[in-house]
Design a protein around this ligand. Structure first.
Ligand SMILES: [Zn+2]
Length: 372
């Protein structure tokens, strides 16, 4: 989940919105307007619309506070947070490293629902102090925010990993067994059960006439099921990659091409003939850049005879590289973070080889086939 709209940063943590957030903001504004219309028809359209928008914005702030709570506990424990993204189903904090102990994991997860519960409690208390809910728009707003934040706290405490409650469960299993990987897999299994229950309840509600509400529950279940499955598999992958270095998996014989070769000749004699997907462009024995079918496709076919590899390559300065002794796990992480299919392996300014996603997949496949 990457944010598409940047909102700035709080405590050095970037805040962003995913487009799907607008969907939920609109839904909240519409459903609140119709709710206020039926319960307090004397308020007038302007008041109702303003209130609905203000409530949606305050809901956004309370979601943000929930995520900030997670992130601040993370940074306090030296786990860097890349950014917070708000989307249709709530928020995610992108925490770059895994917690180093069960205790950190527990507090990092628990503090989110705790924050929502506290916000919910404050809103409800204020609403009751101010007075009769039907008389004032402010009270109606506080009541709605109070109940929604308490619901949010309750929902997030469900033991469905990777929901907060699932992380709390994982921390507890980790603390009991001392095994971080196994605890993730157990929590992910419980997460799958919770997700299946959501789907079943959603479908049941739908056929009992709950309509869209039922489908919404089933959809959340489906989303949770994917997330739980992914976490389960990630543990398996990171386990298989443990102790493996880039040099163990990379290929050493990378095809090279002279920088002055024209693109037409390159395509006909090297790219199509060899079926290789990645070529190093050489300049006097030094690597100058990298060319893949992607760079070739960007160029109009008619221009191929008039351009050289230097014109179309990605220069070496722009390439992200890894060293041969880097852990494969971290190389894989930077591949997925920057959406790359290959990484040149460079040591002391010398090209040592090439690591591609296909290599890593081949490695995992071999291990999976032999069951180790
Ligand atoms: Zn949370």
């Amino acid at each position: 989940m990457r944010s598409q709209i940047k909102l700035g940063s709080v405590f050095g943590i970037k805040i962003g919105l995913h487009y799907s957030w607008f969907l939920i903001a609109l839904l909240i504004v519409f459903s609140l307007s119709s709710q206020f219309h039926s319960s307090n028809s004397n308020w007038g359209d302007g008041v109702i619309l303003t209130m609905a928008i203000a409530t949606a914005l305050l809901f956004f702030v309370s979601l943000l506070l929930h995520e900030l709570a997670h992130s601040l506990v993370a940074t306090a424990n030296k786990l860097p947070v890349k950014e917070i993204t708000l989307f249709a189903l709530g928020g995610v904090s992108q925490i770059e490293k895994n917690p180093t102990s069960a205790k950190i994991e527990f507090w990092m997860a628990f503090v989110g629902p705790l924050t929502s519960a506290v916000i919910g409690g404050i809103c409800l208390t204020l609403a009751h102090l101010i007075g009769n809910p039907s008389s004032s728009p402010g009270t109606a707003m506080l009541l709605w925010l109070g109940y929604i934040n308490l619901t949010l706290a309750g929902f997030n405490l469900l033991p469905g990993y990777p929901l907060d409650g699932g992380r709390v469960l994982r921390a507890l299993i980790w603390w009991k067994t001392g095994n971080a990987d196994r605890s993730t897999q157990s929590a992910a299994r419980v997460g799958q059960l919770v997700a299946l229950a959501f789907i079943a309840i959603g479908i049941f509600q739908f056929f009992r006439g709950a309509g869209v509400g039922g489908l919404w529950i089933a959809f959340i279940g489906w989303f949770l099921l994917q997330a739980a499955r992914e976490s389960y598999m990630q543990v398996g992958v990171s386990h298989a990659l443990e102790g493996v270095r880039v040099s163990d998996v990379m290929t050493r014989d990378c095809p090279t091409v002279d920088g002055f070769t024209n693109v037409q000749n390159f395509v006909e004699h090297q790219l199509l003939r060899t079926g290789q997907r990645c070529f190093f462009v050489m300049n006097k024995g030094e690597i100058a850049g990298l060319v893949t079918p992607h760079e070739v496709k960007e160029i109009d076919r008619a221009k191929w005879p008039y351009m050289t590899m230097y014109d179309i390559m990605r220069p070496v300065e722009d390439l992200r590289a890894v060293t041969p002794d880097a852990p494969l796990q971290s190389a894989l992480e930077s591949m997925s973070r920057y959406d790359l299919n290959q990484l040149p392996v460079i040591s002391n300014g010398h090209l040592e080889g090439l690591l591609t996603r296909a290599h890593v997949l081949g490695y995992l496949q071999t291990h999976a086939e032999l069951g180790r």
